[in-house]
Design a protein around this ligand. Sequence first.
Ligand code: SIN
Length: 283
Amino acid sequence: MSAIDIRRTDGVGAEIHGVNLADGVSDEDFAAIQGAFAEHGVIFFRDQDIDENQHIAFAKRWAEINVNRFFAAHPDYPEIALVSKEPDQKDNIGGGWHTDHSYDAEPAMGSILVARELPETGGDTMFSSMYAAYESLPDDVKEQIDGLKAVHSARQIFGEAPDTYYNKTDAGGARIGNASVADTLQDVVHPVVITHPLSGKKALYVNPAFTTRIEDLDEEESDALLTRLYSAAADKSHVHRFEWRPGSIAFWDNRSTWHWALNDYQGQRRVMHRITLEGCELN
Ligand code: SIN
């Protein structure tokens, strides 16, 4: 029998206890962890001590690894993207609500983020449930968005133009990695409400970073509807603030959560290792 102990965290997510990832995970425990991931959207592990090879091996049990096109890679492990902030840097990576890779035709399933160097205080990550966000909408809004599609793009965030999100910060340019790739990507379209490929539940699938507009609505209508949906998505009732400690790991599902890396630790270094997993087309 699996010794895995799954404890819900407030707002969204669950902490997984009773497993040591460095020892490998039995098939039975792995199935329990998969169930928790699908149900809760983000899972957390504490007091783990895994090296880069173990991080990669755990990730490969879930799906193929998506080698990040934009972020600087670990010098020895190209599968691992570095999400770092240096003491002299003011801005960080991921410092606003978003979900990764919605600009891809087959958005990444999720990311496994391992804490490597943490500030003394601060640097928490917030997560929000897009299952709960959808559920919280009144019926008339659910009807309004049923069947709508939204356009997503990476260019306004990672692209090379001087007014893109990262180029207006000191986390852009060579620090983030290889921004020019974003300019070659085409916009993609996804349903505003998806049926989650693992859980079968409905989830809201728009986000303030990468969604540029709702298809077939004029700009004003699209902006008004997105503002309404973002307000539901960010509601505190389904947000969890995850406090990192040495040995912490967060594994989130991009299709059912948003996340936001808080930038409240000026003058200190924060280094995280991120592996992102391939996903699938969303319907
Ligand atoms: C990210 O958006 O992937 C970064 C999350 C974090 O650094 O906490």
